[in-house]
Design a protein around this ligand. Structure first.
Ligand SMILES: [Zn+2]
Length: 399
């Protein structure tokens, strides 16, 4: 499959998927993933004032919605495909039969490569242990940014032509999505031939995104510390990933705080506002907010703050679990059941975060262990429009 037809297939898949979604599913799934797509495609500071038209974002948004939960569970096909074209076979220009056989072989190799590339999913290690800030893994592919499919280039607005994109077997880098920003950090070669080198080769990760073409793959955008480092890190090599711990902690605090706020608002207003529901959320440091269906008047700001303070001070455990649809039903949370088409083939469990004593949310992000670790969480402002209320919040600089 060439790049163009790959992108087209993705669009068709996304379109079909979109058409198949029920309103309930969309209402539920949109929240965080819509913001992710907006952030990935548009300009976040612009969005704060006036959301961009979503018309052109449909394809990417739907793919993101798939990915949010595709990444939610474990199943990872442990393929060890290294990139690059299939090995060339020699062509015998004097033999038509040989040439025909060669074309057939190449086709078969191309098909095999497509199948392997499509099946390769990145194991999302951060979903199992958000406190692990380093991980040794294997390089699957290294590509110059310019060699990326167009749909994937669109994911990285900040990229330059000097950048590269690295795919690894596992990752501890949370890709931007679910309302949570991308992790940053490094990948350092392990056990490379360092003879003559003063230090191990390093790839500096500026951003991570879910691949728009190959489901479940995480793309790490960044640059090598030097051209020599770029030449030294190759598919099959072992690398040590390390995320920026300070940023990760802030993002985790903001993400948990967003769900604490959502829980607090629901507990206060679910029975007060007709048609109340939680919609989307952003947990970005400069624009964190949760949206709700229904009109939340300004007089609720203080009660919401009081309830948030209560939840934070109670140090409620924040548990990560993996639920089947039956688990949701058993908990009386049918309204939260995500669309099963969001799961990778063969999987039946969705990742959820439970704030024990409050709410459960299907969620692929990173969190702090207990609500007190969010630190002081401040309700900033309630704004209303078109039947939607937006409650913005922030967390203090220090816990
Ligand atoms: Zn979440």
């Amino acid at each position: 499959m060439n790049q163009q037809s790959g992108a087209r297939a993705g669009q068709i898949q996304a379109k079909t998927f979109m058409q198949g979604l029920s309103k309930r599913v969309l209402d539920h799934q949109r929240p965080e993933s819509t913001i992710r797509a907006k952030v990935g495609v548009g300009n976040r500071s612009t969005w704060k004032r006036s959301p961009p038209k979503e018309r052109n974002l449909t394809t990417i948004r739907v793919k993101d919605e798939q990915r949010l939960h595709n990444g939610a569970v474990a199943p990872h096909h442990a393929l060890t495909w290294t990139d690059g074209p299939p090995p060339r076979t020699s062509e015998n220009q004097n033999s038509l039969n040989s040439a025909a056989a060669d074309i057939t072989r190449k086709k078969q190799q191309a098909i095999a490569q497509d199948a392997m590339t499509a099946a390769t999913r990145t194991h999302l290690a951060f979903q199992y242990d958000a406190k692990s800030l380093s991980l040794q893994t294997t390089i699957q592919s290294v590509r110059p940014f310019a060699a990326l499919e167009e749909a994937n280039q669109c994911l990285f607005k900040q990229a330059t032509q000097d950048d590269h994109v690295v795919v690894t077997k596992e990752t501890i880098f949370h890709p931007q999505g679910g309302g949570q920003p991308s992790d940053e950090g490094t990948m350092t070669a392990v056990g490379a031939d360092a003879s003559g080198a003063e230090r191990a080769p390093v790839f500096q990760v500026k951003a991570a995104r879910m691949d728009a073409v190959h489901d479940g793959q995480v793309l790490h955008l960044g640059r090598f510390a030097s051209p020599a480092d770029g030449a030294a890190i190759r598919p099959g090599d072992a690398v040590e990933q390390a995320v920026d711990a300070e940023k990760r902690l802030l993002y985790s605090r903001l993400h948990t705080a967003g769900h604490v706020l959502g829980s607090a608002v629901r507990s206060l207003l679910e029975d007060q506002i007709p048609g109340f529901d939680e919609l989307k959320a952003s947990h970005f440091p400069d624009s964190a907010a949760c949206e709700f269906r229904g009109s939340i008047e300004g007089r609720w700001k203080e009660p919401i703050q009081t309830r948030v303070d209560e939840y934070v001070s109670r140090a409620m455990p924040v548990d990560i679990d993996f639920w089947t649809e039956d688990d949701f039903r058993r908990e009386g949370l049918e309204r939260l059941i995500p669309d099963r088409r969001l799961l990778p083939p063969g999987e039946d469990r969705f990742r959820v975060v439970r704030i024990v004593g409050a709410e459960v949310y299907p969620c692929g992000g990173t969190h702090v262990d207990t609500t007190d670790l969010c630190g002081s969480t401040v309700v900033k402002k309630i704004s209303r429009g078109k039947g939607i209320s937006r409650v913005s919040y922030t967390v203090s600089d220090r816990v």
